[in-house]
Design a protein around this ligand. Structure first.
Ligand SMILES: [Zn+2]
Length: 366
């Protein structure tokens, strides 16, 4: 509450959080003792009150996002003040140990660049493009990084970074970022769709990320679109990923080309009106809309936010997703659910990881 409002009275904090005034008083004392908050006497409706203000904390947290071919690291203090950001490409098929070592190097660079001492770092949040078993902390089968399956990612990261680490699926973190860093802080029910080499969804239900029974949620990339479609890496046929992932778009559009197209290449061709590119994007968008229609019918989200490297396509990608949603969802949901691009760009997952480390996930238990 203080991160949002900066200053509130103890009574207001008790009302807003549902905690007792005694509990609030203890928490405020602890924050003041750590130099994170300050209090002053004030009046409220003519009665004496204590105003609590958040101070700029010297503490920082780290957010790390591992992708199929990159690692991104952000450093921020409570209150979402970004201090540093680093990015490094990784070879496709990278091994967990090598990539974790790269992240450790980026962390040292970011600390040096921002002049922040290591002792001020409270911990790291880390996003992985695949399902994580929240009970064991391991990457499980189905990840876009098959080389990482079975690795106990939490213990390896804690060893390499020498700090407490929380790990989550990148789409869940993209969703968390929308309500902590993005334009949708008041959204109670939100779907974040990450369309990249894989396709995943992160769900915000009742204002908090939804983790299901074991943490494997939002596997929308493996919704069946065509019964007789291409065989998917999961072993089924015709999954959404075999129609709408960037890897499949690149395959379809690179036939007869001397070198494979890239994602920026797809965006350039779409912007110049290339018919084949626009058709591939349209088919992909319609398929995403069909898959997300089933999710929307089930949970009735306020908004669907699209992220991932195709965000620059804007309406070219959003329009077919909306058409697919309207065609396949209950009419009131198809027409009543907003579909927008994430304003956080490629940073959404890393920023969500930061929020995890800053303790901004109201439902997090590990
Ligand atoms: Zn599949």
């Amino acid at each position: 509450m203080l991160l949002e409002q900066r200053t509130l009275s103890q009574a207001e904090l008790a009302r807003a959080t549902g905690l007792s005034t005694a509990t609030i008083s203890n928490i405020v004392k602890a924050l003041c003792a750590r130099g994170m908050a300050t209090t002053r006497p004030t009046t409220s409706s003519g009665r004496r009150a204590v105003a609590v203000s958040l101070l700029d904390s010297p503490d920082v947290a780290v957010g790390i996002d591992f992708g199929r071919s990159h690692v991104r690291l952000v450093l921020a203090s409570p209150g979402n003040k970004l201090k540093a950001e680093r990015f490094a490409p990784l070879p496709v098929g990278h091994l967990a140990a090598d990539s974790i070592a790269s992240a450790a190097v980026l962390l040292e660079e970011a600390l040096a660049e921002s002049g922040i001492s290591r002792s001020r770092v409270i911990g790291a949040g880390v996003g992985i493009p695949g399902p994580i078993d929240h009970k064991t902390g391991t990457v499980i089968r189905g990840a876009i990084l098959p080389e990482w399956v079975g690795v106990n990612i939490v213990s390896q990261l804690e060893h390499a970074l020498a700090m407490p680490v929380l790990v989550d699926n990148d789409a869940n973190l993209g969703a968390l970022a929308q309500i902590t860093w993005g334009d949708h802080r008041s959204a109670k029910d939100l779907v974040f769709l990450k369309i990249g080499s894989g396709i995943g969804a992160g769900l915000i239900l009742n204002g908090a990320p939804y983790y299901g029974h074991t943490g494997i949620t939002g596997e929308i990339g493996h919704s069946t679109i065509y019964d007789q479609g291409l065989v998917c890496r999961c072993g089924n046929r015709g999954c959404l990923e075999t129609v709408a992932s960037t890897a499949v778009m690149i395959d379809l559009l690179s036939r007869g080309e001397p070198t494979p197209l890239t994602v920026p290449g797809i965006i350039d061709r779409a912007n110049s009106g290339d018919a084949a590119t626009l058709r591939v994007i349209d088919d992909a968008g319609m398929a995403v809309g069909k898959a997300v229609a089933n999710v929307a019918n089930m949970i009735n989200p306020e908004i669907i936010v699209v992220g991932g490297p195709l965000a620059a396509l804007g309406e070219v990608l959003l329009a077919p997703i909306r058409r697919g949603l309207v065609r396949h969802a209950v009419p009131a949901i198809g027409h009543g659910t907003a579909v927008v691009m994430s304003s956080l760009g490629d940073r959404a997952e890393a920023l969500g990881a930061l929020s995890l480390a800053l303790g901004q996930n109201p439902d997090w238990q590990r």
